[in-house]
Design a protein around this ligand. Sequence first.
Ligand SMILES: Cc1cc2nc3c(=O)[nH]c(=O)nc-3n(C[C@H](O)[C@H](O)[C@H](O)COP(=O)(O)O)c2cc1C
Length: 259
Amino acid sequence: MSRDSTAKVLTVAFLLCLICSILVSAAAVGLNSRQEQNKIQEKRKNILQAAGLYEEGRPIEAQFEKIQPRLVDLQQDAFSRDFDPITFDSRAAARDPETRYRIPPEQDLAKIKSRSRYKVVYLVMNNDGDLQQLILPVHGKGLWSTMYGFIALADDLSTINGFAFYEHGETPGLGGEIDNPAWKKQWPGKKVYGPSGETRIDVLKGTVDRASANAVYQVDGLAGATLTARGVGNLLRYWMGEDGYKPFLEKLKEEGVKP
Ligand SMILES: Cc1cc2nc3c(=O)[nH]c(=O)nc-3n(C[C@H](O)[C@H](O)[C@H](O)COP(=O)(O)O)c2cc1C
């Protein structure tokens, strides 16, 4: 076989492809666990940020020590020990017939079709062992994607301490402005429920009239991204409503957190 024969060129090209694909596969497999770990850290950072507890530069594990993950059964509207909250995967559970709850279309404001019967929520307790904040996972459709976030409630279980998304695929500069600190700054202090317990929180199209009595339930929309902003309002009204956490929150308010 001459040095420049077609067979030789093809053999070299084939071997090169083989070596490169082995290297790429090895890197993907090798980095998989680190990627998973990074995802967990990112989610924890967002939980801390939603609760206003994140401190830049301090290890996230140390900061997360004061947060207690607990499993909630939304069928019983109560804490549950059916699964371990540390390892429970509520996205997988939303697909599993054993744990899936199909949302009736007329209830499905978040446009997610089904959700897990169980959700992992996060408690922040004060030094006296009383609930200081409750952090709830929420998700729903924006314009292009399902948006996943956390809402942190104060001990009255209606006042918002913070709200942040940790995963979405909305357009940067348009729907992606849900991550803009200036927009997120509006949430703390807003109330989810009205005086008779009705779910009032909403994202407007346009800006909130600060003089209005309703301003405490309202957040400004996003210019040029009304569809994403509407998705945010809808997903909040679903999760904070009758088919979401509301009955659990009402029970929790009456009974308090039991160890
Ligand atoms: C390439 C492209 C990306 C867009 N991305 C978003 C988006 O992420 N979120 C959104 O609400 N609207 C997005 N829009 C705009 C919507 O189509 C729609 O015009 C907008 O939500 C209406 O909001 P407005 O009434 O505030 O203008 C995008 C439009 C284009 C052309």
